[in-house]
Design a protein around this ligand. Structure first.
Ligand code: ARG
Ligand code: ZN
Length: 492
């Protein structure tokens, strides 16, 4: 990776690309070429993601210098992103999301693009917009030649800057979280743009190659499987990981730390790779090791319930105590300070419910969190720790005592995506659904959902339709009562 000197100050857009509504102009051949929209139009994150194209593959060559003074949590990140994408409409320009990092150079199909507005000249061009108030962080690339629907192009973006600790809309740390010994990287919902130019829309799944260069002695861990051995040159080591299964950007990670790597696997041969930071010690380390040792059994158990594990590998990244939640990053969840047994099975459950089948829109988040929470109940029952009816009763008591039925979990609002009722009312709804339609229809429906929408996206309405199909029952009133109505539903 070349050293990249950020050459450009980030300021308001000065060129005519990158508006949210797409604009059109006529080409020589009479075709209408649109400016790809600067947002996906998601109700909660309208400027996350972009219109007009689909990314096939991200090749991310990153170079990262962690903090030199552990009390000042900033690092230096530079990257070269090679993005292969296919136009979904005739395009004269398109956007990537990129937040707080400076672009140095852009090439489109091997040709250098100009910075700024070269209107009238036959040359690709790029500009950046950083609009915090609208959460619109755009790199706009004007395309010359323009792109026809169905055509593929490769765009190379060199960029870099100082990393810090970004906050989501609820002020939780997320994205590229600089830690004393590296970085803990977990993007849900819209944090991927803090470390690479991205179409940050859960519906645009792509494959990834990560080549992460860090000071020798540091370890970089990403999704998927390692490629070759880490290579050290002049005091820097490059770690290469390939994620071959389609992945939404919020599930990508490239965490850096003083990690010890270990390998395990299921009896069926699925590789498990764990990374534990040396800041995890004593009781936390003992608990983490015990929980991670259960991963092969957890996978085997969940396969009996929900069919084959959907990806090429699994494992854990257990980092320091920087954040207060874990994330189901694809194939390799990230945990902070400790990976406890029920969090591990929760994040494993997300590999089926969330990662293989991903919500189309952020308002469908209960499909992730309700299922992952219900899977904790299944595991507790399987281990003989607590019966499912007892766990349901405890959850109902909690929701009763904490105004937990007030939230419409099928549209919880942007800043309540991860509120307790999304998890607990969601799990209770699945319990009630199973009671309503019976075990056979419930598990057949779950398996139909997972096969029909594997490597894809779906909505709450799609889920209801699948469950209606497997049960032969009309479930509109049931779903309204259990997900949407503002009071306690009739108990099963
Ligand atoms: N999906 C995570 C889980 O398994 C929670 C993510 C919370 N994210 C955030 N930005 N606060 O529970
Ligand atoms: Zn979860």
């Amino acid at each position: 990776t070349a050293n990249i000197t950020p050459a450009v100050a980030i300021g308001p857009a000065t060129v005519g690309f990158g508006t949210f509504r797409s604009q059109a102009s006529s080409g020589k051949d009479g075709a209408r070429y649109a400016s790809g929209a600067a947002g996906s139009g998601d109700a909660y994150f309208p400027y996350s993601g972009n219109g007009g194209y689909d990314v096939q593959h991200y090749d991310l060559a990153l170079r990262y210098a962690p903090p030199t003074d552990p009390t000042v949590l900033t690092g230096k990140l530079s990257g070269v992103a090679t993005i292969t994408l296919r136009a979904k409409q005739d395009l004269q320009s398109l956007n990537f999301d990129l937040r707080g990092l400076d672009v140095a150079a852009v090439r489109v199909d091997g040709k250098a693009a100009a910075h700024g507005n070269s209107q009238g000249k036959d040359r690709a061009e790029w500009s950046q917009l950083q609009d915090d108030a609208n959460r619109s962080w755009e790199l706009t690339v004007g395309l010359r030649p323009k792109l026809k629907a169905g055509q593929t192009t490769t765009i190379v973006i060199a960029y870099g800057g100082i990393t810090g600790r970004s906050l989501d809309t609820t002020e939780a740390l997320y994205g590229w979280v600089t830690t004393a010994d590296g970085a803990m990287v977990l993007n849900e919902p819209d944090g991927a743009a803090t470390w690479y130019p991205v179409n940050d829309d859960p519906q645009d799944k792509a494959t990834y190659l990560f080549r992460i260069t860090v000071p020798a002695g540091k370890t970089a861990v990403a999704n998927g499987l390692p490629v070759g051995m880490p290579a050290t040159k002049a005091g820097w080591t490059t770690w290469t990981w390939r994620a071959s299964d389609p992945m939404s950007s919020y599930l990508s990670t490239a965490s850096v730390g003083d990690f010890a790597l270990s390998r395990d696997g299921t009896s069926a041969g699925l590789p498990i790779i764990n990374a534990i930071d040396d800041g995890v010690t004593d009781a936390s380390l003992a608990e983490t090791k015990a929980a991670l040792a259960l991963q092969p059994q957890m996978i085997t158990f969940l396969e009996t319930q929900f069919g084959p594990y959907p990806f090429e590998s699994f494992g854990a990244i257990v980092d320091d105590d920087s954040v207060d939640y874990a994330l189901e990053t694809q194939t390799r969840p990230v945990y902070s300070e400790v990976a406890d047994e029920y969090t591990v099975v929760h994040e494993l459950g997300h590999q089926w419910f969330g990662n293989s089948v991903t919500p189309s829109d952020w308002q469908d988040i209960w499909l992730n969190e309700g299922w992952a929470s219900y899977i904790e109940w299944l595991w507790a029952e399987h281990q003989g720790t607590a019966s499912i009816p007892d766990q349901f009763a405890d959850t109902v008591a909690y929701l009763d005592a904490n105004d937990g039925w007030a939230l419409n979990i099928a549209d919880p609002g942007r800043d309540s995506l991860f509120a307790n009722p999304v998890y607990l009312r969601g799990a209770a709804a699945l319990y009630a659904l199973r009671a309503e339609i019976g075990d056979d229809a419930f598990f057949a429906g779950a398996n139909l959902w997972l096969t029909r929408y594997n490597d894809s996206n779906a909505t709450t309405e799609d889920f209801q339709a699948v469950m209606e199909e497997s049960s032969g029952q009309q479930l509109q009133t049931f779903f309204d009562d259990w997900l949407r109505e503002g009071d306690r539903p009739a108990m099963p």
